[in-house]
Design a protein around this ligand. Structure first.
Ligand code: NAG
Ligand code: NAG
Ligand code: NAG
Length: 536
C-alpha cells in the first residue's frame, strides 16, 4: 500500500498539465564547470559558452596553473564544448562578460561585446581551434553595453543596440576611429520607470534592409543607416512587457523565399511576466507568467497583433527555430521574473509551435526534463537537429546547496520528435563533400541526398538556419530561410539510387547576411542532419 501510494504520488508530481507528445532528453555532461549563461554554436560544431568573471570560483580550473591577472581566481569562466567528442576545454577571459551579447561574424569567429564593470566596453574575439583562446580589445566599444542586443548586417558589420542606461546604438567594427554612437529615443520611450522591461530588445534584420526592434510591449521598423524610425507598430493588445526583466522570447518566423523575394514576414513574441512582476517578486509575491504569444505579420500594410494562448505560461523561455520551421519554446519558469532569486515553478515541458497549423492547433507540449532551467539558462540548435540546453543560476554567486534551484552546471540535449527512431525511414541524409560548401547569392544549387523509406518528392524542402548567440531568452541573429525551388528527382546509377533537389541560394545580404549557415533537407517535416555552408 505504501509503495502504491508513493508511486501514485510520484505519478502525480510528474504528470504534465497537458498530454505531452514528443521529444526526449539526455544528459550529455553532468558538469561543464561553469553555468552556461551565454552560448554560440561555431561552424566547426563546437559551442563556446561563458558565465561571468565575478561569480566566484567555478568548478573548472584554467589550464597550466594560469590565473587571471590581479586575481586569486584561477578558475575558468568560459569553456569550449566539442559536440563530436562530447568534451570541454577551459578558456581564459580577462574581463567581465556578464550579461553581454555577440554575433558570429562572416569569417566564422565569434565577436562578443560588452558586459559589466571592467568588461563593459570590451570587444572579444574567439576564433576556434584546439589551442585558441579569447582575444580582448579594450575600448572596442564606444559606450558601456550591458544587456544589449546585436545583429549582423548586410555589410558584414554588426550593430549593437542599447544596454542598461545606454539609449543608443553603435557598429562593430567601426568605419573610422572617430565613429561614435547614435541615439535611439525608442529605448527611452519603452523603458518602464526603474524597472526597464525593455533590455535585450528583440531585433531582426528584415528583407527590406530595415531592423524590426521590439522592446517592452511594442515595436518599430528602424532604418539604422539614416537613424530614422520608418514605422511604429501597434502596442501588443494586452500591453504587457516582454523584455528583461519581464523576460519573454521572440523569433522571426521562417522566411520563405519565392522568386527572389520574401512575401510574408512575421514575428512571434511569446511569454514574459506581467507589469509589476519584478517588484512583486522582490516582495515574495510571484505573479503567474504570461501565457500569450503575439504574432505580427509585418509585411502587411497595417499589421495587427494576433494573440494566441500557450498551453503553459512561461517567463525566461528560449524560443528556437527548428530546421523544419517549427518553433521550440524551452526552459524557464511559470511564476516570477528574471533577476536574482525571482523565478518560481520551473516549466519542465518544452512546447513546439507549428506556424502553419490552423489557429487553435498550433501548440504541442513535449516531454519534460527533470532539471529546472531558470534565470541564466540557455539553448542552441546543433547541426544534428538536437537542442543543446545548459545553464541556470538564479543566484549572484555559484550556489550548490541550501538554495532553491541550485546553480546548474550540466549540459543536456533535447531531441525533438523528428529524431525519434520511428522517423528514421523518412529522414534525408545529404551526400556532402568533406570541405565546407561555399555558396554565392542567387546561384542554382543541386543537393544530393538519400532516404531509406518511401519518399514523397512533393514534401521535400531545403532550409538554412543562421547559428545564433543565445543569452537571456533571446537568440541574436536567429533566422530560418526556406529556399526557392525544391524540384526533386530520383537518380539511379546501376544499383545505387539517390535523390536530388534543386534550389536557388538566397538572393541578397538583406535576406541572408554573409557567413556560415546550417543547411537541411527536410522531408515530411523530418530534417536531415545539417551541413555547414558559407554564403558570400
Ligand atoms: C594590476 O593591478 C595594478 C595595480 O592596480 C595595475 O597597475 C595593473 O595595470 C593591473 N594589471 C592588469 C593587467 O590589469
Ligand atoms: C505527397 O504529398 C502531397 C502533398 O502533401 C500529397 O498531396 C500527396 O497525396 C502525397 N503523395 C503520396 C503518394 O502520399
Ligand atoms: C525538375 O527537374 C527535372 C529534372 O532535372 C527537369 O526535367 C524539370 O524540368 C524540372 N522542373 C522544373 C519545374 O524546374
Amino acid at each position: 500500500m505504501a509503495i502504491y501510494l508513493q508511486l501514485l504520488f510520484f505519478a502525480l508530481l510528474h504528470t504534465p498539465p497537458c498530454s505531452a507528445t514528443g521529444g526526449s532528453w539526455s544528459v550529455l555532461l553532468p558538469s561543464v564547470g561553469i553555468s552556461a549563461m551565454h552560448m554560440q554554436l561555431l561552424p566547426n560544431d563546437r559551442v563556446v559558452m561563458f558565465d561571468r568573471t565575478d561569480f566566484g570560483t567555478s568548478r573548472i580550473s584554467l589550464p597550466n596553473g594560469k590565473c587571471r591577472h590581479n586575481s586569486t581566481d584561477c578558475s575558468a569562466h568560459s569553456v569550449e564544448y566539442d559536440v563530436a567528442s562530447n568534451s570541454i576545454r577551459p578558456l581564459m577571459l580577462l574581463t567581465d562578460v556578464w550579461c553581454s551579447s555577440g554575433t558570429l561574424m562572416p569569417n566564422g569567429r565569434l565577436t562578443q561585446t560588452g558586459g559589466w564593470g571592467d568588461g563593459s566596453q570590451v570587444v572579444r574575439i574567439y576564433r576556434s581551434c584546439d589551442t585558441c583562446d579569447w582575444q580582448e580589445i579594450q575600448n572596442g566599444l564606444n559606450q558601456p553595453r550591458w544587456y544589449a542586443t546585436n545583429q549582423i548586417l548586410p555589410d558584414s558589420r554588426q550593430i549593437i543596440i542599447g544596454g542598461r542606461q545606454t539609449f543608443n546604438y553603435e557598429f562593430y567594427p567601426k568605419m573610422s576611429a572617430t565613429e561614435t554612437s547614435y541615439s535611439l529615443p525608442f529605448l527611452v520611450q519603452t523603458s518602464d520607470l526603474n524597472i526597464e522591461n525593455n533590455l535585450y530588445p528583440f531585433v531582426f534584420l528584415i528583407p527590406d534592409g530595415n531592423l524590426f526592434i521590439f522592446a517592452n510591449n511594442r515595436a518599430i521598423l528602424f532604418d539604422y543607416s539614416r537613424n530614422k524610425v520608418v514605422k511604429n507598430y501597434p502596442t501588443m493588445p494586452d500591453g504587457q512587457p516582454r523584455n528583461y526583466p519581464s523576460t519573454g522570447s521572440a523569433v522571426l518566423l521562417p522566411l520563405q523565399i519565392n522568386k527572389g523575394t520574401v512575401n510574408t514576414i512575421e514575428v512571434l513574441v511569446c511569454g514574459g511576466a506581467p507589469k509589476g512582476a519584478f517588484i512583486n517578486a522582490l516582495n515574495a509575491r510571484f505573479d503567474r507568467a504570461l501565457d500569450t504569444c503575439g504574432r505580427l505579420k509585418i509585411s502587411d500594410q497595417n499589421p495587427e497583433w494576433l494573440m494566441e494562448t500557450m498551453p503553459l505560461a512561461r517567463v525566461l523561455g528560449d524560443m528556437l527555430l527548428l530546421p523544419n520551421g517549427h518553433v521550440l519554446n524551452i526552459n524557464g519558469a511559470s511564476e516570477g521574473s528574471a533577476g536574482w532569486e525571482l523565478g518560481r515553478n520551473p516549466v519542465l515541458n518544452p512546447v513546439v509551435y507549428l506556424p502553419e497549423n490552423p489557429i487553435g492547433s498550433r501548440f504541442q507540449v513535449q516531454n519534460p526534463s527533470n532539471k529546472p532551467r531558470m534565470y541564466h539558462s540557455t539553448a542552441v540548435l546543433l547541426r544534428d537537429g538536437r537542442v543543446l540546453v545548459g545553464g541556470s543560476n538564479p543566484h549572484d554567486k555559484y550556489a550548490f546547496t541550501d538554495v532553491l534551484y541550485p546553480t546548474e552546471l550540466s549540459l543536456e540535449a533535447f531531441a525533438p520528435s523528428y529524431l525519434d527512431p520511428s522517423s528514421s525511414i523518412l529522414r534525408p541524409n545529404i551526400i556532402s563533400h568533406k570541405r565546407k560548401a561555399k555558396m554565392h547569392y542567387g546561384e542554382q544549387i543541386i543537393i544530393r541526398f538519400t532516404i531509406t523509406g518511401d519518399v514523397n518528392l512533393s514534401l521535400i524542402s531545403v532550409t538554412m538556419i543562421a547559428p545564433s548567440f543565445n543569452t537571456h531568452s533571446f537568440s541574436m541573429n536567429q533566422r530560418l530561410l526556406v529556399l526557392d525551388g525544391g524540384n526533386s528527382t530520383k537518380a539511379v546509377f546501376g544499383r545505387r539510387s539517390y535523390y536530388t533537389v534543386e534550389v536557388t541560394a538566397p538572393p541578397s545580404g538583406n535576406i541572408a547576411p554573409a557567413g556560415d549557415y546550417l543547411l537541411f533537407v527536410v522531408h515530411n517535416e523530418v530534417p536531415s542532419p545539417g551541413i555547414w555552408v558559407r554564403i558570400q
